[in-house]
Design a protein around this ligand. Structure first.
Ligand SMILES: NC(=O)c1ccc[n+]([C@@H]2O[C@H](COP(=O)([O-])OP(=O)(O)OC[C@H]3O[C@@H](n4cnc5c(N)ncnc54)[C@H](OP(=O)(O)O)[C@@H]3O)[C@@H](O)[C@H]2O)c1
Length: 274
């Protein structure tokens, strides 16, 4: 493969698909997700636009699935960019599933791709402004270190902590915690893989016009009224940010989280604001 490879999880819809359109101008794109039909539709549309791409079904919450993806991508060519946009929101599943996809999935993606990437590579993890809006007291940050030592132990401890909360609020808490963890883990990854020449950057989006954004519409209204820009973000706006971050010309950008939320977090609003 002459072109460098860009892997996009959650590439069948929303932010991931919008990013595939931009990354496809310079890279061979592999889009991933769990729903084969969704991926196939996306590939058809991308190919009509002249983008060289393929679909690879993958569940980021399953280690063997991520290992197959990393092996396949690296057999094709040099994996320069990984845009890990797959995620589950509170309306998409139970607390443990949300934790498995958003938190454990980030561990699997960063760990497995760091093994096959090298100098000039960039992994972009996607968090959420929820990590900033959820009260810090809820975050079990003392448990995060277990993720570096023993993923199974981390999973057990964090899920046990989630069960303290009433069932009705658990998915929301799991989302905020999983995204707070993703920021922390992304920064740890930047430190772990810097010597290999791999950058790791996190982005925390606000409310965007995507299938997930639609499910969270009622909550979004509350926050956009406080924002500097009083509308939802457009998928192509965040796609532009993602593609700029992974660009090799951004070689000194690593180990940070970039909030792209139209100014919601800056307003000081919180999940507790009525
Ligand atoms: N939209 C917003 O307002 C908003 C706000 C803050 C943060 N975010 C974050 O931004 C990222 C992109 O979301 P989006 O708005 O573009 O939503 P989206 O259109 O729903 O995209 C999410 C994608 O992730 C895939 N996915 C979910 N679980 C997966 C798993 N276990 N393994 C592999 N793929 C999985 C989904 O496909 P399958 O179901 O087919 O697997 C879907 O295509 C997410 O991480 C989300 O948490 C979004």
């Amino acid at each position: 493969m002459e072109k460098k490879i860009c892997v996009i999880t959650g590439g069948g819809s929303g932010m991931g698909l919008a990013t595939a359109r931009l990354m496809g101008k310079t890279h061979y794109v592999i889009i991933c997700g769990r729903t084969v039909g969704k991926l196939q539709d996306a590939i058809k549309n991308l190919q009509k636009e002249g983008i060289e791409c393929e679909a690879f079904p993958c569940d980021v919450g399953k280690l063997s699935s991520v290992q197959k993806l990393a092996a396949h991508a690296s057999e094709l060519g040099e994996v320069q960019a990984v845009i890990h946009a797959a995620g589950m929101s509170p309306h998409m599943g139970e607390a443990e599933d949300i934790m498995q996809t958003n938190a454990i999935g980030t561990i699997y993606m960063n760990t497995e791709f760091a093994k096959v990437m090298g100098e000039g590579g960039c992994i972009l993890d996607v968090s959420s402004m929820s990590a900033y809006l959820t009260p810090a007291i809820v975050m079990p940050r003392k448990l995060y270190k277990y993720a570096l030592e023993d993923v199974e132990l981390f999973r057990t401890k964090i899920n046990k902590r989630l069960r303290i909360f009433p069932k009705s609020v658990r998915p929301g808490v799991a989302y905020g915690v999983s995204k707070d963890f993703a920021i922390w883990y992304s920064k740890q990854s930047a430190l772990m893989y810097g010597d290999k020449g791999i950058r790791v950057v996190c982005v925390s989006p606000g409310n965007f016009e995507t299938p997930m954004g639609k499910l969270e519409e009622d909550e979004a209204d509350k926050f956009t009224s406080h924002a500097a820009i009083k509308r939802l973000g457009k998928p192509e706006e965040i796609a532009y940010l993602f593609s700029a971050i992974v660009d090799e010309r951004n070689g000194y950008l690593t180990g940070l989280d970039i909030i792209c939320d139209g100014g919601v977090v800056a307003s000081g609003v919180s999940a507790m604001t009525r």
